[in-house]
Ligand binder design. Structure first.
Ligand code: PAF
Length: 287
């Protein structure tokens, strides 16, 4: 495995390996602090492509001014060991200066990809203005840098996956976007790099998120199809948390639905207290 931080060097190396191996290039974009969720994306990517690239980049343009950009876990040594073991060909680990131009650092502005207002001004996008502009911009840059054929994203970030699929459609990227299942801890907590912020108490409080989702799924399977009833049930279970949203949307359009008569998703974002500061977690389940 080669660890590369420079864009031009990565381009050269990919070109050389492609000439040798031919076949498909798969990309797994990440912000590092890799866990089993990421590993499952990498394994799927390894199984389906001749060349596997994992990017590790904590992308400044997708963090708001009061968010955790500075304290986001950076564990590149551990990440590189995991990638090496998983058979990754290239670990792309650039610094912000490798990715953004001098203009950006001087003016705090860059060309951005802005997804439609209706899809970003809800769920995570509502409390994180500009977040999905940053996500789409870095993902499009990674697509252009790697010229990948397929890219792999976790379904835990369901709104992100929906927005990226729309971007690929709207901007004619010739890339397959593959959504991979949520990987959970044994106690059902969805795997997330932010779980490293949790102490025991916060972690056990956070379990009510997945408890709520699984209870709602059980009720849905028993035939309950009114979103309001299902949302009330979830909120009752999550009384110990600061819930940012609990919503049910169509899986196809991401529009909110009152009566579930098609494939749907319940999505939750909630904050848990950790020694006076708050950790924001997201999770979802197909209904
Ligand atoms: O999901 C993430 O980790 C990030 O949003 C992504 C897709 C790597 C872009 O920075």
């Amino acid at each position: 495995m080669k660890i590369i931080s420079n864009v031009e060097e990565l381009r050269r190396e990919i070109k050389a390996l492609k000439a040798e191996k031919q076949g498909y290039i798969g990309l797994v974009p990440t912000m590092g602090a890799l866990h089993k969720g990421h590993l499952s994306l990498i394994e799927t990517c390894r199984a389906e492509n001749e060349i596997v690239i994992v990017s590790v980049f904590v992308n400044p343009t997708q963090f708001g001014p009061n968010e955790d950009y500075d304290k986001y876990p950076r564990t590149i040594e551990a990440d590189s060991k995991l990638c090496e073991k998983a058979g990754v060909d290239f670990l792309f680990a650039p610094s912000p200066k490798d990715i953004y131009s001098e203009y950006y650092f001087k003016n705090k502005e860059t060309t951005l990809i802005c997804p439609p207002y209706e899809v970003v001004n809800k769920l995570c996008g509502k409390s994180r203005p500009g977040h999905f502009d940053g996500v789409c911009t870095i993902v499009a840059k990674l697509f252009n840098i790697t010229k990948c054929d397929r890219a792999y994203f976790g379904k835990k970030d369901a709104q992100q996956l929906f927005i990226i699929k729309n971007m690929v459609r709207d901007l004619n990227f010739d890339i397959d976007i593959i959504g991979c299942p949520i990987i959970r801890e044994e106690d059902n907590l969805a795997m997330s790099s932010r779980n490293t912020y949790l102490n025991d108490e916060a972690r056990s409080a956070a379990l009510n998120i997945s408890k709520a989702l699984f209870k709602v799924k059980e009720l849905r399977e028993k035939g309950i199809n009114e979103s309001a009833t299902l949302i009330d049930t979830a909120l009752t279970i999550m009384q110990n948390l600061e819930v940012e949203y609990t919503e049910i949307v169509s899986l196809e359009t991401f529009e909110n639905i009152d009566i579930i008569d098609e494939k749907a998703l319940m999505l939750i974002a909630a904050k848990v207290n950790v020694n006076g500061s708050k950790v924001r977690l997201i999770d979802n389940i197909e209904l």
